[in-house]
Design a protein around this ligand. Structure first.
Ligand code: NAP
Length: 233
């Protein structure tokens, strides 16, 4: 399969990239930092059987860069099987205390990016009569919590995006899956005083993403909630 992953150089996105690479899929990976994409590509090509890794530096808050990335992916391949909207940012803080502009930046990175990225690939998926969009949302999009601030707003919106796409795309044979992880170990938790054992591994989120793509085409994993065994932090 041809798989597009945003925010692929760290944490959950990186784990998803390795999960698909280990199953011989072709990958198109983006994030902002090109040097990290180069390192990741080199490691995937040497440590897995994957032979096709396309990388591009993309700031997902920039719709021009998103359009160029989608165009390049569709020139590199002629079809697209799975789009994984994973890139995201988390800035903790209360809604009434966080800096001006945090809402706009967070919505741009977490929601509008997935909206634009999806719109860039949907026409190709419709013409194929198949495809799969997987959005990495969060339990913060199901239940608000103190210090969730704009992040929680963005993840509620992302779930709304996914549910809208699900209803609009099923008639074209396109599946949509919303994944809502709880606390998962990644660099975004670095410096937080918590035992690492309390958080899920990114590789577990990747296993769920992979599973979602392995169902028969007539089935769709719609909404998945996955939490640390001991619950939310
Ligand atoms: N970790 C958790 O506990 C957790 C729980 C629930 C949901 N999630 C969600 O899972 C997703 C991944 O989280 P994570 O913890 O793995 O994140 P992470 O470790 O902070 O990695 C974020 C990735 O996204 C890229 N990125 C960030 N801003 C970007 C931008 N503007 N344009 C393009 N790429 C960008 C980063 O690369 P560059 O900086 O080089 O661009 C990096 O590859 C996010 O949507 C997050 O909300 C995470």
């Amino acid at each position: 399969m041809n798989i597009v992953i945003t925010g692929a150089t760290e944490g959950i996105g990186k784990a998803i990239a390795y999960a698909f690479a280990s199953k011989d899929n072709a990958l198109a990976l983006c994030a902002r930092t090109f040097s990290k994409l180069e390192v990741l590509k080199a490691d995937i090509l040497t440590s897995t059987n994957c032979t096709d890794v396309f990388i591009q530096s993309v700031d997902v808050t920039n719709h021009v860069e998103i359009n160029k990335f989608a165009k390049n992916c569709l020139e590199h391949w002629t079809s697209i099987d799975v789009l994984i909207n994973n890139a995201g940012v988390f800035i903790p803080g209360k809604i009434h205390e966080e800096d001006d502009g945090v809402l706009e930046m967070t919505m741009n990175t977490n929601v509008y990016s997935a909206y634009r990225m999806s719109r860039s690939f949907i026409p190709q998926m419709i013409s194929q009569g198949s495809g799969h969009i997987i959005n990495i949302s969060s339990v913060a999009g199901l239940k608000a919590y103190p210090n969730g601030g704009s992040y929680s707003i963005s993840k509620f919106a992302m779930l709304g995006l996914g549910k809208g796409l699900r209803e609009e795309l099923k008639e074209y044979g396109i599946r949509v899956t919303n994944i809502m992880p709880g606390a998962t170990w990644s660099n975004s938790w670095a410096g937080v005083d918590l035992p690492k054992d309390r958080l899920m591994e990114a590789s577990d989120i990747a296993k769920i993403v992979l599973l979602a793509t392995e169902l028969e085409n007539k089935s769709v994993l719609e909404d998945v909630v996955v939490r640390p065994l001991l619950g939310d932090l």
